[in-house]
Design a protein around this ligand. Structure first.
Ligand code: ADP
Length: 547
């Protein structure tokens, strides 16, 4: 017998309808690429999202047709999130930091029909449009009078003119909640990028889960600043969770430097911010010299790459801001684990608590995980044994768009498919997972594994170091030995010997890097992660002192 409860599909249109009806006057504040601050309310987002839906209907765009964006975090991008997906089309957020050829490749692979872009990306669109035959309409996210005349881009219209004549009423269609809602290509460090294709169901469940107190813990009392871009895994789902909770949203536009972010946090009394470690590095770097303080910020979620414990400490001890360390990936919508303490940890000594806080955290309900060994055998949760991290759940990919790369899942003895994350991790008895490495970054020295993240975290705790990347170098005896490439803070001094000494007592002797290489900068990828492949290329003539 079936239950007798109402069967309503979980649709993204339901989120914006809820925000409009129950949080209509909740504020959305955006720093525009034009430079000024724009503010309006959830009810305006809803109204204009309906106009977007009408505009798409008017173009005879079909169900599941792709509408792409090249845009920063801002209110017009938010309207597209709801208008495009809500009307049954698929929102394809493209990372503008990718190479133009990659952008064209992605747009063609996705068969995008419309491309909406911020004016700061006009030159980029001018460079790629001729290579994107599937795109029939270009929309510049600006007022009509801001659109230059001779751009050379065919079928180009200003967003404000595109939606201006459209009715503000629209009946959001109802359809299967498993229909595609949005897509995001992984950065594809090897080969062509592959796309995760999210559904209305996966997105809505992820939005519910993200709002839980032990996950992002968003509420109607928060003012939330997603610094994590809306072109990177839907800004970790924050736009959807924000509509569900009715929190105030604050968008930084393209200004992600420490000064701009600090000013926005203070001016809008932001209580909650989210971003990758490199962004917070810039923010703290801006605040420290001037002795600046936060007057409203309470929590920040940091993920995308390992958050150095020194950063968790700085936020907590110096600024009274709680750091939530998060782990996930494009293929996971992206949230997998968040690190919050349990009741039994409350009375622990601060140093012991810190050992937990620096881990990537516990699985969110909805995601299950396990670590496996070389033969696929499940490994113990003892906090020491490490293995390949596998995940499953309703917001984890089953297959990539167009079946690229074949079946990515690995079946267990019961025939249940698990997604191999490509990360190597430990899990402790309380279920806290800790990433030791990307499997391709693991350093194998004399048959033992060395965690590059551990080595980077120690360097980052040194007061003179701004950024650190550890890579393995070929060694005739040990196969590989770690070295650490570091960027010094402006004006700071430290020698190779001082830094190597700093490792003493913090890790086993054989894990201490063989050398320190001082570099001007460490190459970063399109999502702010360190590009170790490129770093290795830069160091190709490097010789280990011990080799
Ligand atoms: P891409 O896979 O396209 O590079 P993702 O954002 O999907 O971009 O990257 C996911 C990967 O980022 C994870 O598999 C993991 O290696 C790394 N990562 C994410 N969050 C963390 C974290 N908190 N600590 C360590 N690594 C992380």
């Amino acid at each position: 017998m079936l239950g007798l409860m109402q069967n309503q599909p979980l649709l993204i249109s339901g989120l914006i309808e809820h925000a409009e009806r129950h949080h209509g006057d909740g504020e959305i504040v955006s720093r525009r690429v034009e430079g000024d601050i724009h503010r309006y309310q959830w009810r305006d987002v809803a109204r204009r999202a309906r106009q977007v839906a009408n505009a798409l209907d008017g173009m005879q765009l079909l169900f599941s047709d792709r509408v792409a964006t090249l845009a920063w975090n801002g209110y017009r991008h938010l309207e597209l999130y709801f208008g495009v997906s809500g009307s049954g089309r698929v929102l394809h957020t493209i990372n503008p930091r990718l190479h133009p050829d990659q952008i064209a490749w992605i747009a063609n692979h996705a068969e995008d029909r419309v491309l909406c872009f911020d004016m700061s990306f006009l030159p980029l669109v001018q460079a790629v449009h001729a290579k994107c035959p599937t795109i029939k309409q270009y929309v510049a996210l600006c007022d009509g009078d801001k659109l230059p005349r001779d751009t050379g881009i065919p079928n180009l219209v200003a967003y404000e003119e595109w939606i201006a004549g459209q009715p503000a009423s629209y009946h959001w269609p109802s359809f299967d909640e498993n229909s595609a809602s949005s897509m995001c290509y992984t950065s594809g460090t090897t080969g062509h990028p592959k796309a995760a294709l999210y559904s209305h169901r996966s997105t809505t469940l992820h939005a519910y889960a993200a709002a839980l107190p032990d996950v992002m813990g968003l509420s109607a009392r928060d003012a939330v600043l997603p610094v994590v871009p809306m072109f990177h895994v839907n800004a970790w789902g924050i736009p959807y969770s924000a509509a569900l909770t009715g929190c105030k949203l604050v968008f930084p536009g393209g200004a992600m430097d420490g000064k701009s972010i600090y000013e926005l946090i203070e001016a809008e009394q932001v209580t909650y911010a989210a971003g990758v470690p490199t962004v917070w590095q810039m923010l703290l770097g801006h605040m420290k010299p001037g002795g600046l303080r936060f007057s409203s910020l309470q929590r920040t979620v940091i993920g995308g790459s390992a958050c150095p414990p020194a950063m968790i400490d700085a936020f907590r001890e110096e600024y009274g801001v709680e750091v939530l360390h998060a782990w996930g990936m494009t293929e996971m919508s992206p949230l997998g684990t968040l690190c919050t303490l349990k009741n039994k940890h409350r009375t622990m000594a601060p140093e012991e608590q810190m050992k937990i806080r620096m881990k990537q955290g516990r699985a969110i309900y909805g995601v299950d995980m396990k670590i496996v060994g070389d033969k696929g055998e499940e490994l113990p949760w003892d906090g020491k044994t490490f293995g390949d991290l596998y995940v499953k759940g309703p917001w984890v990919v089953r297959e990539y768009f167009k079946g690229e790369g074949g079946d990515p899942l690995v079946k267990d003895a019961h025939g249940v498919g698990w997604f191999p994350t490509g990360d190597v991790a430990t899990i402790d008895a309380d279920g806290y997972m800790q990433i030791t490495d990307r499997s391709k970054d693991v350093i194998k020295s004399g048959g033992e594994w060395i965690s590059s993240i551990d080595i980077e975290n120690i360097a980052m705790a040194h007061p003179a170091i701004q950024m650190a990347a550890c890579v393995g170098m070929r060694h005739p005896k040990w196969d590989e030995r770690p070295i650490v490439a570091v960027v010094k803070k402006p004006g700071a001094q430290v020698t190779r010997e001082e830094l190597l000494k700093f490792y003493e007592g913090k890790i086993a002797k054989w894990q201490v890097p063989d050398d320190v290489v001082f570099v001007e900068s460490i190459p970063l990828g399109a999502t702010g992660k360190m590009l170790k492949t490129r770093l290795r290329e830069q160091l190709k003539d490097y010789k280990l002192p011990s080799a």
